[in-house]
Design a protein around this ligand. Structure first.
Ligand SMILES: [Zn+2]
Ligand SMILES: [Zn+2]
Length: 327
């Protein structure tokens, strides 16, 4: 197999050849068809997240075909198309696993962070955490659903039922959440970096009611806002933009420090919360909804050996939608 590996925090990924891994008990092996690139991959490469397995193959939005199964796995899964998300394994016995909150598991494994991920031609995954995907869909289009879509969906659920939804940072997750929100007959207000007219036009093309800079107020009070950009100063901005009783959901795994803010911006029973990881139940809900809503992801494809270019384009905001590696 070929894989792009991270050996040292901050270093470019390096293309390597390795023998194909053999799936162990409860595992499946996939021939990777596509793997999308997520901002979390940048956080892994930059060392923003503690104690990654090193060397590591990043990538946790994997679409592939099962070509081998380990002991204990239904051989019917051979030849199926499966998606592997960020949540790669949970302990099954901690308080959180036992109470329907496996996203908060005390002893989890995360794909592309604590177990090898999909920036490779072959990957091994825990069979119980892979989602069966539509065999007739385009694998490149499906890949961003595995994190941008899934985490975005969890954020949207946590945001509540309000009609007017603000999305801060209009990248891969927001462009999917916007489509689902509009399908749910909500109004989307998209906030981008100041003067990112390209992303604002992209949001309007997808049906956003309004798109503007994150340092300007929206034209109406919002019912809820989701912050996807890893920028702490957006927290007080979003709290100011939501109505009394409104909610602000932070969707990223890492964010710069939140600046000090007057209590008045939280007052009025506004709520601030984060979303961490995903549960398998989120996926069971989300994939049918994405299909029903007719979500169309916007992707830019890169070869596997172009992973560093893809990460760099994501870092500097040069991508509308999602970057996807195609081995
Ligand atoms: Zn657990
Ligand atoms: Zn991700």
């Amino acid at each position: 197999m070929r894989a792009m590996i991270l050996e040292t925090i901050g270093a470019p990924l390096r293309l390597t050849e390795r023998p194909d891994p053999i799936p162990s008990l409860g595992e499946i092996r996939l021939r990777v068809e596509a793997c999308a690139v997520c901002r979390t991959d940048l956080h892994v490469v930059d060392g923003d997240l503690p104690d990654p397995k090193l060397p590591i193959v990043p990538g946790h939005e994997i679409v592939g075909i099962v070509d081998a199964v380990g002991e204990g796995v239904d051989p019917d899964r051979l030849g199926r198309r499966v998606g592997v998300p960020w949540l790669g394994h949970t302990c099954g016995v901690c308080l959180f696993c036992r109470t329907g909150a496996e996203n908060l598991c005390d002893r989890p494994l995360f794909t592309g962070y604590s177990r090898d991920g999909g920036f490779s031609s072959v990957v091994v995954a825990d069979a119980a955490f892979g989602f069966d995907l539509d065999p007739d869909a385009d694998p490149v289009s499906l890949a961003p659903l595995l994190c941008a879509g899934l985490i975005g969906w969890r954020c949207l659920k946590k945001a509540g039922d309000g009609k007017k939804i603000g999305l801060y940072g209009f990248g891969a997750a927001a462009h999917i959440v916007a489509q689902i929100s509009i399908w749910q007959r909500r109004d989307v207000y998209a906030f981008t970096s100041p003067d990112d007219s390209n992303a604002q036009a992209f949001a309007r093309d997808l049906g956003a009611k309004w798109a503007g800079s994150s340092d300007e107020p929206p034209p109406v009070e919002l019912d809820a806002a989701i912050i996807f950009a890893p920028v702490g100063k957006l927290v007080p901005a979003a709290l100011k933009a939501v109505r009394k009783g409104g909610r602000v959901v932070c969707g990223g795994i890492h964010m710069s420090d939140i600046p000090s803010m007057p209590y008045a911006v939280l007052w009025g029973e506004r709520q601030l919360m984060s979303v961490a990881n995903l549960t398998r139940a989120d996926g069971d809900e989300f994939f049918p909804i994405a299909r029903a809503a007719g979500v169309r992801t916007h992707t830019t494809a890169y070869r596997l050996d172009e992973a560093n270019e893809a990460l760099s384009d994501l870092r500097y905001g040069r991508i509308n939608g999602a970057a996807v590696l195609v081995p």
